[in-house]
Design a protein around this ligand. Structure first.
Ligand SMILES: *[C@@H]1O[C@H](CO)[C@@H](O)[C@H](O)[C@H]1NC(C)=O
Ligand SMILES: *[C@@H]1O[C@H](CO)[C@@H](O)[C@H](O)[C@H]1NC(C)=O
Ligand SMILES: *[C@@H]1O[C@H](CO)[C@@H](O)[C@H](O)[C@H]1NC(C)=O
Ligand SMILES: *[C@@H]1O[C@H](CO)[C@@H](O)[C@H](O)[C@H]1NC(C)=O
Ligand SMILES: *[C@@H]1O[C@H](CO)[C@@H](O)[C@H](O)[C@H]1NC(C)=O
Ligand SMILES: *[C@@H]1O[C@H](CO)[C@@H](O)[C@H](O)[C@H]1NC(C)=O
Ligand SMILES: *[C@@H]1O[C@H](CO)[C@@H](O)[C@H](O)[C@H]1NC(C)=O
Ligand SMILES: *[C@@H]1O[C@H](CO)[C@@H](O)[C@H](O)[C@H]1NC(C)=O
Length: 621
């Protein structure tokens, strides 16, 4: 989810100072020409090969024709243009046949695809899946360290875990006690069952906690990852083995007690996290916040590389706690997780989300597999853009961790809700004081009329409908006296109703927000900040499929202002909302989640196989 330099041909900083104006004009002309060309090609392709989706085409045309003038100087204009070009370049690498898919695989992974790759690709073709090899990068980043463990060790630990989706002889079976628990095991098992006839025997041990649990120190992971590199090679044909060994050895041992490493349940989560950062990373030697009673603050002059003139460009960077020491005081995960049970040892464990610094193996969150309208909003994706209210809506509980009298100001959801409370913001503007959970973004960095004139609060009173449905205070009998002056509980609003608003921020809870897929599929515009990585990250492009926000939310007002200050901003918002919805309908389907898990299990089975080095698919050669 990052935009390499080669896709940023219009980078201003490269220009000599003296010629700036002439070059700028030239650049603008060139940019307009390039974009006009891209669009005429895209449009004719769409018109020729697809059922016309009138409103989407209108939006694209309108947005790019009316908006991409030489006057387009807002940094977000640039970010949207770059995102579009980057995405288009990605799609040029789409694999349309098996031999090209296998070829792309070998180029990117430096080994043969796993046995079973052909059936996997056949399913992808039969279901019109868009296969771009880089969409699966997450699988390889997650699995790399596991090559350092002995195959039999991983296989045994996977098999004996408390909750396992087990595949034997082409049949999937979820095992483990889920009495009184959420039905995640069943949902994941049902997904794997669809691929099971084509899978080798394999076990998928799953994490049943909300929180991610593995934090292996950086030095250890570096060593492990080196082992994986040493295994990478395109094994000569005559040495390649095409059949998995199977798990007979593991199964012959019968019932084995689950392998539990040493679980830390008292430790400080920030302390555990920072040792997973590189030795020279800014967070590595910064301890946890000592005095939580002090409100959080953003470092002065904060201007990280992952932003472009104040706006998130590299979304992965924005998620990275290693480069943002202040996140230790701005996210419930680092303040007080509801439950903590973390290991520094690498064990096989699959889960729906994790920090970039966690070592779990990601699969699509189980909530994405339910039909529960609580997460998805059901089948309705909202009215067309023109019929939506120009406003921002959010409802949720005050989760993120255990919020208490002495720490609640450091929670991300409290920050979001307080920042969008018009009454509070008006007061902050009037008295030039600071709010409990945030400071007003610096005018020098985010300068626009509403901010300059102190009218954000007044604007929000009309524009925002945001609040907690449950304050989740601790202890429960505290009556929430510590937050009552700042928050009140409001009526919940079903997702279907929320889709009637144009803007929908999304915030992490105790871990990832399971609403994101629903928001993307809707015709409203999701605004997203998170520290949690998910399976789909490599296939979603910020500023094309959703609007990214910094975890500090310092950019929140400026982003909302950009989208609402004039016609062109509204066109941009609609463009992203509709691009996100149509892209989601192509790459976030159940079929796409199945393909992700299917590919992952082929790879995991290979790592668990004593012949891991020799296993491969070579029929295409
Ligand atoms: C571009 O900016 C100039 C000067 O600010 C203004 O006169 C002109 O109308 C603008 N053009 C568009 C298309 O917005
Ligand atoms: C497979 O696709 C590639 C590029 O997409 C193309 O060059 C090649 O001719 C195709 N091969 C077959 C067998 O269709
Ligand atoms: C699934 O596993 C359980 C034991 O955990 C077993 O009782 C059950 O028969 C298995 N179901 C199938 C379909 O294999
Ligand atoms: C691999 O498995 C297939 C199908 O079970 C079998 O026909 C074939 O003989 C096996 N190949 C080897 C080398 O064991
Ligand atoms: C965090 O780690 C530092 C240094 O390793 C230690 O001094 C401190 O007590 C730890 N903090 C907590 C809250 O555990
Ligand atoms: C984006 O951020 C990630 C995480 O910090 C980093 O690894 C990556 O190099 C960054 N990409 C670019 C192009 O700066
Ligand atoms: C909470 O409210 C109830 C009723 O309003 C009251 O009886 C109780 O003392 C309150 N508890 C605290 C801890 O303030
Ligand atoms: C908004 O803030 C005011 C205090 O400024 C508070 O009384 C009110 O409950 C807040 N509204 C919501 C929905 O939290």
């Amino acid at each position: 989810m990052l935009i390499p330099n080669r896709f940023r041909p219009w980078l201003l900083s490269r220009l000599p100072e003296g010629n700036l104006h002439a070059s700028l004009r030239w650049q603008a002309v060139l940019r307009y020409a390039v974009i006009a060309f891209i669009f005429s090609v895209t449009l004719s392709t769409i018109l020729l090969f697809r059922r016309p989706e009138r409103s989407f085409i209108d939006t694209r045309t309108k947005f790019f024709q009316n908006s991409w003038h030489r006057n387009a100087t807002h940094p977000i204009d640039r970010l949207i243009g770059d995102a579009y070009a980057y995405h288009k370049a990605l799609l040029d690498h789409r694999s349309l046949n098996l031999s090209s898919a296998a070829d792309q695989y070998r180029k990117r992974r430096q080994r043969h695809p796993p046995p079973g790759f052909d059936a996997w690709f056949d399913y992808a073709v039969a279901h019109d899946a868009i296969v771009v090899e880089s969409f699966f990068d997450r699988i390889y980043a997650d699995l790399a360290p596991y090559w350092a463990l002995e195959p039999l060790t991983i296989a045994e630990r996977a098999s004996s875990w408390h909750h396992v989706v087990r595949v034997r002889n082409g049949v999937a079976n979820g095992t483990g006690n889920t009495e009184g628990m959420v039905p995640w095991l069943q949902l994941w098992t049902a997904l794997v069952a669809e691929a099971a006839p084509y899978l080798p025997d394999v076990d998928m041990p799953i994490n049943y906690m909300d929180e991610s649990r593995l934090l292996v120190p950086w030095e250890q992971i570096e060593e492990y990852v080196q082992v994986e590199r040493s295994y990478r090679s395109l094994v000569p044909f005559d040495k390649v083995m095409t059949n998995y060994t199977g798990l007979a050895k593991v199964d012959s041992k019968g019932e084995v007690r689950p392998y539990d490493p040493h679980w830390l349940i008292e430790a400080n989560y920030w302390n555990l996290t920072r040792v997973t950062c590189a030795p020279d990373a800014p967070s590595r030697n910064v301890g946890p916040i000592e005095d939580l009673v002090m409100p959080p603050s953003v470092p002065e002059g904060w201007n990280p590389d992952y932003q472009y003139r104040g706006y998130v460009r590299n979304f992965t960077g924005s998620m990275d706690p290693c480069i943002q020491p202040h996140l230790r005081g701005m996210h419930g995960t680092f303040i007080e997780p509801v439950s903590l049970s973390t290991s520094k040892e690498l064990i096989p464990l699959f889960g729906g989300s994790k920090l970039l610094t966690n070592n779990e193996i990601l699969i699509p969150g189980a909530m994405y597999l339910t039909d529960d309208p609580f997460y998805s909003g059901g089948d309705s994706h909202g009215p067309p853009w023109s019929q939506k209210k120009t406003g921002v809506v959010w409802r949720g509980v005050a989760s993120g961790g255990r919020n208490k009298k002495e720490n609640w100001m450091h929670f991300q959801r409290h920050r979001l809700v307080e920042m969008l409370n018009g009454t509070t913001v008006s007061e902050v503007e009037r008295t030039r004081s600071r709010a409990m959970t945030f400071e007003m973004p610096p005018l020098a960095k985010y300068d626009f009329p509403r901010r300059r004139e102190g009218k954000i609060g007044e604007w929000l009173q009309e524009f925002a409908d945001v609040g907690f449905v449950n304050l989740l205070c601790f202890p429960a009998d505290s009556n929430c006296t510590y937050v009552r002056p700042y928050f009140s509980e409001v009526e919940s609003v079903p997702m279907v109703e929320q889709y009637k608003y144009k803007f929908m921020p999304d915030a992490d809870g105790n871990s990832f927000s399971a609403r994101f897929r629903g928001l993307l599929s809707s015709t409203s515009l999701p605004l997203k900040s998170t520290i949690y990585a998910e399976w789909h990250d490599d296939r979603l492009i910020p500023w094309l499929h959703f609007a990214p926000l910094d975890n500090t939310l310092q950019d929140l007002y400026a982003v909302l202002d950009y989208f609402t200050r004039d016609r062109r901003g509204d066109d941009a918002a609609r463009f992203i909302a509709e691009e996100g919805a149509s892209w989601g309908a192509k790459v976030l389907r159940r079929e796409d989640m199945l393909l992700y898990v299917w590919r992952l299990l082929l790879e995991f089975a290979r790592i668990c196989d004593e012949n891991r080095k020799w296993l491969g698919y070579i029929d295409d050669l």
